[in-house]
Ligand binder design. Structure first.
Ligand SMILES: [Zn+2]
Length: 105
């Protein structure tokens, strides 16, 4: 059995795409990684205003990450876990260029 793998560098992640899972919304927004903190400060869908997570639960989880006892890589992994847990409210995609054509040039 063969499998096709895609590998990318962290530095290649520059664009984030959010897809609201609210059945009456489904809004899709894209933003540069550097603007996410500013644009999603409240953690709500920019179209229907649905919160992407329960604030109390989220703050509790986040506070555990910022105790200073975890490495940056461990915090990154924990953040991925937290974001996967809210997949019923928002789908998160990292938008990367397809380099498969340029590799054959
Ligand atoms: Zn929405």
């Amino acid at each position: 059995m063969s499998e096709k793998l895609f590998k990318f560098l962290l530095s290649e992640i520059t664009l984030l795409r959010l897809r609201c899972r609210n059945a009456v919304c489904g809004g899709v927004s894209e933003m540069p990684i550097g603007k996410v903190g500013e644009l999603l400060k409240r953690g709500h869908c920019p179209f229907c205003n649905q919160p992407f997570h329960d604030k109390a639960d989220w703050l509790s989880s986040f506070n555990q990450l910022t105790t200073g006892s975890m490495s940056a890589v461990a915090i990154f992994a924990e953040c991925l876990k937290l974001l996967k847990a809210i997949n019923d409210r928002v789908e998160i995609e990292f938008v990367l260029p397809d380099k498969s054509e340029s590799e054959t040039d």
